[in-house]
Design a protein around this ligand. Sequence first.
Ligand SMILES: C[S@@+](CC[C@H](N)C(=O)[O-])C[C@H]1O[C@@H](n2cnc3c(N)ncnc32)[C@H](O)[C@@H]1O
Length: 205
Amino acid sequence: MFNTTGWNRRRYTLYAPIYDAVAERAFRRARRASLAQVHWRPGMRVLLVGAGTGLDLPFLPRDIELHATDLSPAMVRRLERRAEALGRDLEAEEMDAARLTYPDGHFDVVVMHLILAVMPDPARGLAEAHRVLAPEGQLCVMDKFQADDRPAGLARRALNALTSAIATDITRQARPLLEAGGFVIEQDTPVMMGALFRALLARPA
Ligand SMILES: C[S@@+](CC[C@H](N)C(=O)[O-])C[C@H]1O[C@@H](n2cnc3c(N)ncnc32)[C@H](O)[C@@H]1O
């Protein structure tokens, strides 16, 4: 499988200049629906993991403390520019989702949009999200997933060899991943292309 963190850093650095043209309109409704599932309160400390160019920013409340990370420096630069253009305070850092440098229990909300299907080891990303979330915190996930009740078939697994190298894994199952990561799923909503893309809200068990 040609999906490593080093490769993802390189390819997302290449994709950064065209990312908005591909992803802004396509995912607008899905990301808005996903973020609407969060129970927002003023002053919450929020972390966007693998934030990309910051396409979530317009759909986030203003009265929160916002932090964001991405593996690719080119993405982080665009994220900072978007925050500035929107007049938002944002602490952005280049960081691997598998090794967050924040303390335990630091965030009220962790948002993982379109990253669990990209990371080579999503369980590791979820373990870090779990660690940095407060005990009553909320995990907000939106991504493409294989149905929970049946593993990917042979054809899908074969196609995945290509899609996971250039775009995204298409064989991951949300519920097994999140539950094994110590989360309880509170909401699970199909948001795009039938039930291929789902928005999940979960809390540490
Ligand atoms: C498909 S894009 C999603 C970006 C954004 N979350 C969105 O919803 O538009 C995946 C992003 O994850 C970042 N990424 C990939 N692997 C990562 C990792 N291990 N740690 C942090 N970011 C990562 C990429 O650089 C890219 O910006």
